[in-house]
Design a protein around this ligand. Structure first.
Ligand code: PTJ
Length: 245
């Protein structure tokens, strides 16, 4: 970052803004992504910009679910591609799962630019949406998926998105793991597992948790005891308590 010193108290937050702005300049991130990022910042304030206990529990359950998945897929949009390209690639490696570009705001060439960006950061293979396979229950651009990727997946990791696709994926019988700082969003409410945390903090923790899971029975137990509804209630309670004066 050019003009903000590392000693600035908001350095990290400003660095993330820079990544998103750069993403827009490079044609990777939608201009709408700036608004989504700002909304995320506001919610991040409310959880003190830290990975809280409810996120740790959700990350643990997410690791279990992803470890047990037969065909996990990591969905990549313009915001996460700009914020955490390397971490997405690492997650793909630890899970042996493909990355698939899937965006909401249609802009000519952006999907290919996201793919090129991920390849430049070291991804081996990145799937693009196709017209050969479509999701049911959804009308937006997000319905176009890759036949060997999201279409075939049993568990889809879908960080930061609008709720439509999450709902469609669930209706199609797939499990969805999301990362969303807004516990009230439709995605947060409809996902199988919602990690209410900043995606930049979550991904390294999730990779570590996945590496630590070796036993399938433990993973089954973790999932059977997990309630996404209860976790979201804890988030709301935390926000209310933390902001009492
Ligand atoms: O690249 P595209 O076209 O697919 O567009 C991507 C965005 C994110 C613009 C699009 O999916 C969108 O408009 O999403 P929404 O409906 O604004 O939802 C984004 C959600 O992510 C909001 O609930 C934000 O609070 C949340 N969010 C934003 N930044 C972060 C975040 N959650 C976790 N980590 C973040 N860094």
């Amino acid at each position: 970052m050019s003009d903000v010193p590392k000693t600035h108290p908001r350095y990290l937050s400003l660095t993330l803004r820079d990544r998103i702005v750069r993403g827009v300049e490079q044609g990777i991130t939608s201009i709408h992504g700036l608004i989504a990022h700002g909304r995320g910042e506001a919610f991040d304030y409310l959880i003190a910009e830290k990975t809280q206990h409810f996120a740790t529990a959700a990350i643990h359950a997410a690791a279990a679910m992803l470890c047990l998945a037969k065909h996990p897929v990591i969905s990549v949009n313009g915001n996460v591609a700009a914020l955490v390209p390397e971490d997405l690639i690492k997650l793909g490696q630890v899970l042996n799962a493909p990355l698939e570009v899937n965006i909401f705001h249609t802009e000519t060439g952006r999907e290919q630019k996201i793919k090129d960006h991920l390849l430049k950061h070291g991804a081996k293979e990145v799937l693009l949406p196709s017209t050969e396979a479509q999701l049911d229950y959804i009308d937006s651009n997000r319905k176009f998926v890759h036949p060997k990727g999201i279409f075939k997946a049993d568990v889809v990791f879908v960080p930061l998105e609008d709720g439509d696709r999450c709902e469609a994926l669930r209706k199609m019988g797939k499990d969805v793991v999301t990362v969303d700082l807004n516990p009230m969003s439709r995605t947060a409410q409809q996902a199988s597992i919602t990690i209410v945390d900043n995606v930049v903090r979550t991904l390294p923790l999730l990779c570590d948790e996945i590496k630590a899971f070796s036993d399938k029975n433990t993973a089954h137990n973790v999932i059977s005891q997990y309630s996404n509804e209860a976790i979201l209630q804890k988030v709301l309670q935390h926000i209310r308590n933390a902001n009492k004066t």
